[in-house]
Design a protein around this ligand. Structure first.
Ligand code: RP5
Length: 157
């Protein structure tokens, strides 16, 4: 695996449409990442291998997206002490309520930072904020992004 800062894992190809916003934001900020389809339930061993390989490639933050009984972020968290961000995906009849609770309600000792249902852009921005703690250039880009957001809102009058 080439050097990366962020690994994006998603439970199924069907999550891809939502997770494209994560990839776009990471690209916009120039953060190297890799995306893999891995499932906590369908490919448990391969999921654990992906965590190990990503850490060897320099990964600092994991972003894990899954729908329904969404245990992907929790399983990744059990295998790393790097920050894990969970994205609950609206899939199936419960429209993401199930994934939200499965992702956010981790047992004490194993934290997963969980964004909103389908909150794929925020997952990228939170990962970038974590990386920006030790990267001044990224911090400057984040400040510029906030400025652009504020200007866009004020221009809507
Ligand atoms: C989860 O089940 C995936 O993350 C996806 O959101 C959902 C449905 O998966 P598919 O049946 O579309 O593969 O594991």
């Amino acid at each position: 695996m080439d050097a990366i800062k962020v690994l994006i894992l998603m439970g199924s190809k069907s999550d891809r449409a939502i997770m494209e916003k994560t990839e776009t934001a990471l690209e916009d900020f120039g953060v190297p990442f890799k995306t893999m389809i891995r499932s906590a339930h369908r490919t448990p061993e391969a999921t654990i291998r992906a965590v190990r390989d990503a850490e060897a490639a320099g990964c600092q933050v994991f972003i894990c997206a899954a729908g329904m009984a969404a245990h992907l972020a929790g399983v990744v968290c059990s295998k790393t002490v790097k920050p894990v961000i969970g994205v609950p995906i609206a899939a199936g009849p419960m429209q993401g309520e199930d994934a939200l609770h499965s992702t956010v309600m981790m047992p004490p000792g194993l934290p997963v930072a969980t964004v909103g249902i389908n909150g794929s852009k925020n997952a990228a921005l939170l990962a970038i904020q974590i990386l920006a703690l030790s990267d001044e250039k990224l911090a400057e880009k984040l400040l510029e992004d906030r400025k652009v957001q504020a200007e866009a809102i004020l221009a809507e009058d």
